[in-house]
Design a protein around this ligand. Structure first.
Ligand code: PLP
Length: 428
C-alpha cells in the first residue's frame, strides 16, 4: 500500500484542495462521478484557446480539431483494449448511447423475440431496452442476482436463455452493491444461443482494467466522467457490427467508422478532455522504459489503482462492520474482495439513509443515498425504494485517513439517538 504515490496523485486533482468554510472536503460520492486531474481541466481551456473550430477544414484550427476528434477515439480504444478507433462510439452519456444503440439494434428484432435484463443493473442499461422491447413487441426475461454471492450466477442465466434470446444486457459491476460479474462466463453462455451481449462497464472501468475484446461481448459501454474525465459516454463494439448496423445519422456524415455514429457537431472540448484523462492514467502508469505502449501504461495504472483501492475497501468494510446496526448490502468477506469494486452500500437498522447522508454532508463528507438508479436491485432487496442505501464510493485518490474519518463520523452519528422525522428521500 505504501508504494502507491498517493500524495503525487492527490496533487494532480485541484478540486481535492477545495475547502468549505475552512474545512476540507471528503469526496466519497465517486460512483456518481469522479473528480478530474489538472490536465483534464487544462485541456478544455487549451481546446478553446488553440483548437476551436468545426471539423474537416483546411485551416489550422480545423486541422487541430480533427486531431482532437480522432485522437479521442484512439485514446478510448487504448483505454478499453480495442484494436482501433473504428471500435469506438462517443455520445452524450452511457444512457444516451444505450438509447441510440437500442433503437438501431431493435430494427433487427421481431415480435416474440426475447431480451434478458438483470435485476442488478442501473436504469441506464434497463429503461432503453424496455422501451425497445415495447416498441418491437419483444418479451423481457428478468435475470436475478444471487443474494449470497451478490453476483449473477451462470445457472440463473441458463434458466432464462432460450433460442429466442436476441440480447443480454448486463453490468460488469453494480453501482449499488459494487459486485463484479463474471462477464466472460456469462457472455459465453449467452453466445451459445446466438444472443448479442451488451455490457455496462460504467462502474467497473474507473477501478479495473477493461479488456473489452477478450470478454466475448459485442458491446461495452462506460462513462468518461466516472474515469476522471469529462461528461461523455463511450461505447466499444465489434467493428463488423458497428459497420453493418443501422446508424441514425444525417446523410452528409461519412458512413465509415468511427464517424457514422456521430450525431451533429461533437462536444470537441470534451473530446480533448477525454484524451487528457487517458494521459493522466498514462502518467500514473509510466515506467522507465521509453518503449512502453499507451496500453501498457494504462495497464500499469490500473494495477496500482486496484491494489490501493482494495486495501482501502477492506479498511472501510472492517470499520463499517464494527458499527452496530449497520448492514452492508454487498460482498463483505475479505476472501472475495476481487469480486467487488470499492463502492460499499449499507442500511441501518433504525436510521434512514437520507438522514445519514445528510449528517455526513454536514461534516464535509460527501456520499449518496437512495436507490441510485439501481431500482430493480433496491426492490429485489426489499428496501424502501426511495430511501435505498447509504453509498460510500471510493476512488484511488482517497486516503486511509479519509476512510477512518467516515467510519468515525458514522460511529458518532449512528450512536446519537435520532429525534428527527425521516428526511425526504433524495435519491440520485
Ligand atoms: C452502472 C451504471 N450504468 C449506467 C450509468 C449511467 O451513466 P450515464 O450517466 O453516463 O448515462 C451509471 C451512472 O451512474 C451507472 O452507475
Amino acid at each position: 500500500m505504501n508504494l502507491f504515490p498517493i500524495d503525487r496523485v492527490r496533487a494532480e486533482f485541484p478540486s481535492l484542495a477545495t475547502r468549505d468554510a475552512g474545512r476540507p472536503r471528503v469526496y466519497l460520492d465517486n460512483p456518481a462521478g469522479t473528480q478530474v486531474p489538472r490536465q483534464v481541466i487544462e485541456a478544455v481551456a487549451r481546446f478553446f484557446t488553440e483548437d476551436n473550430a468545426n471539423l474537416g477544414g483546411s485551416f489550422a484550427s480545423s486541422k487541430a480539431a480533427d486531431e482532437v476528434f480522432y485522437g479521442a477515439y484512439r485514446a478510448l480504444a487504448d483505454l478499453l483494449g480495442g484494436q482501433s478507433e473504428r471500435e469506438i462510439a462517443i455520445g452524450q452519456s452511457m444512457t444516451a448511447l444505450t438509447y441510440t444503440f437500442s433503437r438501431s439494434l431493435g430494427r433487427e428484432f421481431r415480435p416474440g423475440d426475447e431480451i434478458i435484463l438483470t435485476r442488478m443493473d442501473h436504469e441506464g442499461n434497463i429503461s432503453p431496452w424496455l422501451a425497445m422491447a415495447e416498441e418491437r413487441g419483444m418479451v423481457v426475461r428478468w435475470l436475478p442476482f444471487d443474494k449470497h454471492s451478490w453476483r449473477i450466477e451462470p445457472h440463473a442465466l441458463d434458466e432464462v436463455l432460450s433460442d429466442r434470446t436476441r440480447l443480454l444486457a448486463l453490468n460488469y459491476a453494480s453501482n449499488l452493491t459494487g459486485s463484479i460479474n463474471d462477464v466472460r462466463t456469462l457472455a459465453a453462455r449467452a453466445k451459445k444461443t446466438g444472443a448479442l451481449v451488451y455490457v455496462d462497464a460504467v462502474q467497473f472501468a474507473p477501478h479495473r482494467l477493461v479488456d473489452a475484446p477478450s470478454l466475448g461481448c459485442d458491446f461495452l459501454t462506460c462513462s468518461a466522467y466516472k474515469i476522471y474525465g469529462p461528461h461523455v459516454g463511450v461505447l466499444w463494439g465489434k467493428e463488423d457490427l458497428l459497420q453493418d448496423m443501422y446508424a441514425y445519422k444525417v446523410r452528409p456524415v461519412p458512413d465509415t467508422l468511427p464517424d457514422r455514429f456521430e450525431v451533429g457537431t461533437p462536444q470537441l472540448e470534451l473530446y480533448a478532455a477525454t484524451i487528457a484523462a487517458v494521459e493522466y492514467l498514462e502518467w500514473l502508469g509510466q515506467s522507465a522504459a521509453a518503449s512502453d505502449s499507451r496500453r501498457s501504461r494504462i495497464e500499469s495504472a490500473f494495477a496500482q489503482i486496484t491494489a490501493w483501492e482494495t486495501a482501502l475497501t477492506q479498511r472501510l468494510i472492517d470499520g463499517l462492520l464494527a458499527i452496530s446496526g449497520v448492514e452492508i448490502r454487498g460482498i463483505s468477506d475479505a476472501a472475495h474482495m476481487e469480486h467487488r469494486v470499492p463502492t460499499v452500500s449499507f442500511t441501518h437498522a433504525s436510521r434512514r439513509s437520507a438522514e445519514i447522508a445528510s449528517a455526513l454532508a454536514q461534516r464535509g463528507i460527501f456520499v449518496w443515498s437512495g436507490h441510485n438508479f439501481a431500482l430493480e436491485l433496491a426492490r429485489s432487496l426489499g428496501l424502501d425504494e426511495e430511501d435505498g442505501v447509504v453509498r460510500i464510493g471510493l476512488a484511488h485518490y482517497n486516503t486511509p485517513q479519509e476512510v477512518d474519518m467516515v467510519v468515525a463520523a458514522l460511529a458518532d452519528i449512528l450512536a446519537e439517538k435520532s429525534n428527527k422525522a425521516p428526511a425526504a428521500a433524495r435519491a440520485r
